[in-house]
Ligand binder design. Sequence first.
Ligand code: NI
Length: 254
Amino acid sequence: MKLVDTHAHIHMKHFNNDREEIIRKFQEENVEFIVNVGTNMIDSKKCVELSNKYKKIYSSVGVHPHDSKDVSKDYLQYLEKLSKNRKVVAIGEIGLDYFRNFSPREIQQRVFTEQLLLAKEIKLPIIVHIRDAYEDAYNILESFGPFEKGGVIHSFSADAEWALKFVKLGFYLGISGPVTYKKNEQLREVVKLVGEHNILSETDCPYLPPHPYRGKRNEPSYVKYVVEKINDIIDYDVSEVLFENAKELFGVNI
Ligand code: NI
């Protein structure tokens, strides 16, 4: 089984004591590559540095909706500069989060839109975070699209109707640990409905650990639990398809 984790945050402090070990482990467990995702200006730089150190780690750069109130005036130029590194494969994670509202909604919308335009200009795919904001995010993506390089709605958590709408707009749906949760029949229905050609596998580690690791720290090697569950739902081994989807979206030759 060839695996890929398209959404990890192993630069975060949760991995400070055993990062090397975690990186060694995911490679041993057939994870062919990971995309390590930035969430603000400071950690985007860390992501790029980490990806330059390890062959199987790629990175994205971007400002998460939580951090959008803290951007500097020149943040777009800064992201553009970082994106020139050959290991940077996407702009993200960017989007809207009306669940926590750590940044005011108008600022979230502005920063999201500005980064969408940057991604279009520099021809990179986007990694989108949406929480309790599917309608606004959809409207923004629809009005500023189409996105030639595509993107992914990461850790997709809405219903089947939204799933079809985003797929129709040209996005992959990122499927993570919650697909293994007993109560999450909705997400399993979404997987079945959109099929393996519209899905990417991810962990969002250190968050959202799959069963049987709920309550623990998540890590890239646990993506196998997500893929096994997707295989169960679709009823054949789709790991090769998910691997190819990720390579295609992020332009990774491995
Ligand atoms: Ni994330």
